[in-house]
Write a protein of this length. Structure first.
Length: 287
């Protein structure tokens, strides 16, 4: 009897152990495995992105010339019709198209001064375009052509004429300057024949004009263009004292430093000039 009781007890214990093991296994299967939470880096702790490499704009290597520079400086005035100082827009456009098609580099004032002073050029074929008196049609007729062909010109301003209806105002000059196709230089205050004035009067014309341009256009005016191309030894001395680096005349020819920095020649462009004649004027033998 005792043996039978032990047998039943053993069977009961075995059943308990079996069912207990099943329940324990089920409880284990319902527990989700622990996952490592994703660590979010604070915005301030993020690894900074690499900045893109910006390639510096390549500047042309200037060529040192073996012989003295001969610089063609074109002289224009109004881009209209009416007299020998006015070149029609169609002719101006044709001449600018010629410069573009034949790969001329049109210099800024600063580049022209550098070329003359260092006897070097940014490329073989260069030209400096100048327009005297700052007529309003320089904005309405010349600038669109310069922009079309991506060329540059220098406008010589009579600073005392900026209030006149036929001349550029300060606001218009600032608009043109912002395009990058134009810069400005001095053509004195009142456009008087300097060689007929006293030294004091000449000084006023030169200094006051430069000061007006410097202050209103926020740059250091480096070039003077004599009214009617007239100047004397006193004028040239005063131009240097006023802070100009070079000065232009109306003498016909290619500009060369042998003429003197304050006595440089230009090439007058006249109405009705053929493209062949225009091309011949530009032919120089710089090397």
């Amino acid at each position: 009897m005792k043996r039978k009781g032990l047998l039943w007890g053993s069977c009961l214990l075995l059943v308990v152990l079996i069912f207990g093991g099943v329940a324990w296994g089920q409880s284990r299967s319902t527990i989700k495995p622990t996952t490592t939470p994703k660590v979010t880096r604070h915005a301030s702790q993020k690894k900074p992105a690499k900045k893109p490499q910006v390639q510096a704009a390549t500047q042309p290597k200037w060529l040192k010339l073996k012989h003295p520079l001969q610089l063609p400086i074109l002289m224009y005035h109004s881009i209209s019709t009416g007299n020998q100082l006015r070149v029609p827009k169609a002719q101006f456009a044709q001449e600018m198209a010629y410069l573009k098609a034949h790969h001329y580099r049109t210099l800024t004032t600063a580049e022209a001064i550098r070329a003359l002073k260092t006897n070097s050029v940014p490329q073989k074929k260069v030209v400096w375009i100048t327009l005297d008196d700052a007529y309003k049609d320089n904005l309405t007729r010349a600038l669109p052509v310069l922009e079309k062909y991506d060329l540059h010109a220098t406008i010589n301003v009579i600073t005392g004429f900026t209030h006149k209806s036929n001349h550029l105002s300060l606001a218009q000059m600032k608009t043109m300057l912002a395009t990058g196709h134009v810069d400005f230089a001095s053509h004195t205050v009142q456009h008087l024949n300097l060689n007929e004035l006293t030294a004091a009067q000449q000084r006023t014309e030169l200094v006051a004009s430069k000061r007006w341009l410097d202050q209103n256009l926020n740059h250091n005016t480096q070039m003077l263009c004599y009214p009617a191309g007239r100047a004397d030894a006193t004028t040239r001395k005063l131009a240097k004292q006023a802070g100009y680096q070079i000065a232009l005349t109306t003498q016909e020819g290619l500009a060369q430093m042998s003429q003197g920095r304050y006595n440089l020649a230009r090439l007058r462009v006249t109405p009705g000039m053929t493209t062949a004649t225009f091309a011949t004027m530009l032919q120089v033998t710089n090397s």
